[in-house]
Design a protein around this ligand. Structure first.
Ligand SMILES: CC(=O)c1cc(-c2ccccn2)c2ncccn12
Length: 121
C-alpha cells in the first residue's frame, strides 16, 4: 500500500509540525507568521542579525533542517527575543512576543512532551 505523504514524514518532522501548529495558534494576529519587513519596521535588518518567523521555521521542518527538538525550540526563542529586542517594551509587538515566549515554552516542557516520549530519545 502507498503511505500518505504525512506518514512518509520523519517522526521528528511530524512532531515539530504539530508543535508549530500549536504555537501558531497563540499568534492570532499573525505578527510572527512572516519575516518582518523593513518597510513596516525601519532598520529591522540592521538591528536584528538573525531574523526568524513561523514560515521560516515551517520551511526548515520541511527541509529536515532540525536535527533535534532543541534546535526547533532555539529558533522559536530567537523569533520571540528578536521582537523583544527590536520593539520597545509596551509596544503591541513586544507584549505579544513576551506572551508568546512564555506560553510557548510552557507547551514545550518535558512534562508536556513526555507523552510523545519515544520520538525524543
Ligand atoms: C514581529 C515584529 O517585530 C513585527 C511584526 C510586524 C508586522 C506583522 C504583520 C504585519 C505587519 N507588521 C511588525 N511591524 C513593525 C514592527 C515590528 N513588527
Amino acid at each position: 500500500c502507498v503511505l500518505k505523504a504525512s506518514q512518509k514524514r520523519r517522526p521528528l518532522s511530524r512532531l515539530l509540525e504539530q508543535l508549530l501548529r500549536n504555537l501558531e495558534k497563540r499568534d492570532p494576529n499573525q505578527f510572527f507568521a512572516w519575516p518582518v519587513n523593513d518597510n513596516f519596521a525601519p532598520g529591522y535588518s540592521t538591528i536584528i542579525r538573525r531574523p526568524m518567523d513561523f514560515s521560516t521555521i515551517k520551511q526548515k521542518i520541511d527541509d529536515n533542517e532540525y536535527k533535534s527538538l532543541n534546535c526547533f525550540i532555539s529558533d522559536f526563542k530567537l523569533m520571540c527575543n528578536n521582537a523583544m529586542k527590536y520593539n520597545k517594551p509596551g509596544t503591541v509587538y513586544h507584549k505579544a512576543a513576551k506572551r508568546l515566549l512564555h506560553i510557548g515554552l510552557r507547551q514545550l516542557t518535558p512534562q508536556k512532551l513526555r507523552p510523545l516520549g519515544a520520538i525524543l530519545t
